[in-house]
Design a binder for this molecule. Structure first.
Ligand code: SF4
Length: 208
């Protein structure tokens, strides 16, 4: 009991209220599986694709990789000294803010976007069927209708604009588009960065 009491007291002193008796640096990390958890780290490595050598490594307590693209890209650049660096990462690293901050740091990322919508598989229009017309700040839908910007919201400190047309109700393609009153399209304020990124991915299919 006195040993347990000592651990309890030590636990109270830790900033995150965790102690790993096996490996002092390890921490509880949640996984997607229900009611399960791992004690460990999220190990990150950046590998030089020419020589297949690990050039930078780090570990993180982040649950996933989504917030680590810029950090690891900068570490890889620091280690290699390559100024015009291109980095390749799997889709687990895709987050719009991370793509932008990596580009802003002068590093070109190649990361596939996570497609969460199953619309296209079901024969319905998805976001890729809507063309952004930058000059007018409007979208053009598959029926050729223009979707002007209607609202602005700030979820999680991001500025998101929403676009829709008032003519969806009389559209012949509506059944392939939306079950709602109208089809709404969302756009991040830095959506252009993501569109440039997507175009770069399409133009360089062998990068992955
Ligand atoms: S439902 Fe609306 S957004 Fe969809 S195709 Fe028709 S007019 Fe365009």
């Amino acid at each position: 009991m006195s040993e347990v009491k000592a651990i309890e007291e030590a636990l109270e002193q830790t900033p995150d209220k965790q102690i790993s008796l096996t490996d002092p640096d390890a921490r509880a990390m949640s996984t997607n599986a229900r009611s399960s958890g791992n004690v460990g780290y999220n190990v990150q490595t950046a590998v030089d694709t020419q020589h297949n050598l690990i050039v930078a490594h780090d570990f993180s307590m982040a649950m996933g990789d989504r917030r680590l693209l810029t950090t690891m890209s900068k570490k890889a650049r620091e280690a290699t000294g390559i100024e015009d660096l291109e980095v390749i990462a799997d889709r687990g690293y895709f987050a719009m803010e991370e793509i932008k901050s990596t580009v802003d740091a002068g590093i070109i990322p190649y990361v596939p976007k996570t497609v969460t919508s199953s619309n296209r598989k079901m024969g319905l229009y998805d976001r890729r069927d809507f063309l952004y017309i930058e000059a007018d700040d409007e979208y053009k839908c598959p029926a050729g209708e223009r979707l002007p910007r209607q609202t602005k919201t700030n979820p999680g400190n991001m500025v998101i604009y929403r676009y829709w047309s008032k003519n969806c109700g009389s559209c012949a393609l509506k059944l392939k588009c939306t079950i709602g009153k109208e089809r709404r399209v969302s756009r991040w304020e830095h959506g252009k960065v993501i569109e440039t990124h997507e175009r770069r991915m399409e133009e360089n299919p062998t990068m992955m």
